[in-house]
Design a protein around this ligand. Structure first.
Ligand code: CO8
Length: 257
């Protein structure tokens, strides 16, 4: 059985299941490479409109693989050399990604969830950045993304103690989009993906780009970019169809152009 299982939910939605249950889905080099490959492929496939990523009921991802990292002795080791190379396709994926989190989302697992666009968490999920407890720090954006989403003082608490918080607490902190009973996590994530996959493709793409670049440039630049993107959408068929359908009191039929 592969360590990464990809399923077609329907013509436009893909489901990625991490499958290393014996290691609580810890991210070893092979899994990181596989993830980079599927996200590159999905980004380039026009038929794919939304992606759901999940683990199992015990773990989304319990972090980087510590058994693999134990042997690393310096920055030029193959296991560390290409950290950004393998995260880049996830970070830059042009399709909306929804993570369905049950169980542990720790270290690189919490960072993986923070690479996605919507996080659906189970009440009993366990989020944390426990790297400090094994003598390192987050290596895939944890110090920055966590601080930006929850603020300095809540981020410091998690980063400096390595404590875990539940899905409910993560929701209250603003780290996740929605918290649901554990057995509803995957279906909730799939429902979001299906709903988004039916909405105008270019609007989805622009929203994802604009929100995700919101930390990378000055506000005035981003507001100008938003205005241009907004204006551009008036030259699409989906804008005409959406507004016409509203006025004619019928369901719109979007074509993705
Ligand atoms: N790496 C490797 N194996 C793991 C990991 C891991 N991160 N987590 C769990 N496992 C394995 C255990 O070794 C165990 O295997 P075995 O049965 O062979 O001993 C199996 O999974 C089940 O685990 P436990 O018996 O420990 O299960 P418990 O329910 O008792 O505990 C915990 C679950 C609390 C999740 C515990 O396993 C734990 O603390 N795990 C480590 C969590 C951690 O520290 N994560 C952070 C790792 S560092 C990191 O993520 C840096 C990210 C940098 C990103 C860039 C990539 C290089």
């Amino acid at each position: 059985m592969s360590i990464l299982i990809v399923e077609d939910v329907d013509k436009h939605v893909k489901l990625i299941k991490l499958n290393r249950p014996e290691a609580l889905n810890a991210l070893n080099l092979e899994l990181r490479k596989n993830l980079a490959e599927v996200f590159t492929e999905f980004s380039n496939n026009d038929d794919i409109r939304a992606i759901v990523i999940t683990g199992n009921e015990k773990a989304f991802v319990a972090g980087a693989d510590l058994k693999e990292l134990l042997e690393v002795s310096g920055p030029f080791d193959t296991l560390l050399n290409d950290i950004r190379k393998y995260w880049k396709p996830i970070k830059e994926c042009s399709k909306p990604i929804i993570s369905a989190v049950n169980g542990f989302a720790l270290g690189g697992g919490c960072e993986l969830a923070m690479h996605t666009d919507i996080i659906v968490a189970g009440e009993n999920a366990k989020f944390g950045q426990p790297e400090i407890k094994v003598g390192i720090i987050p290596g895939a954006g944890g110090t920055q993304r966590l601080t930006r989403v929850v603020g300095k003082y809540k981020a410091m608490r998690l980063l400096l103690t390595g404590d875990f918080i539940t899905g409910r607490e993560a929701y209250e902190m603003g780290l996740v989009s929605i918290v649901v009973p554990d057995d509803e996590v995957l279906n909730t994530a799939l429902d979001f993906a299906k709903k988004i996959s039916k909405l105008p493709l270019l609007s989805v793409k622009f929203i994802k780009e604009l929100v995700n670049t919101s930390y990378n440039a000055p506000l005035e630049t981003l507001l100008a970019l938003e205005e241009k993107s907004f204006q551009l959408l008036f030259s699409t068929e989906d804008q005409k169809e959406g507004m016409r359908a509203f006025i004619e009191k019928r369901k719109p039929e979007y074509k993705g152009r």
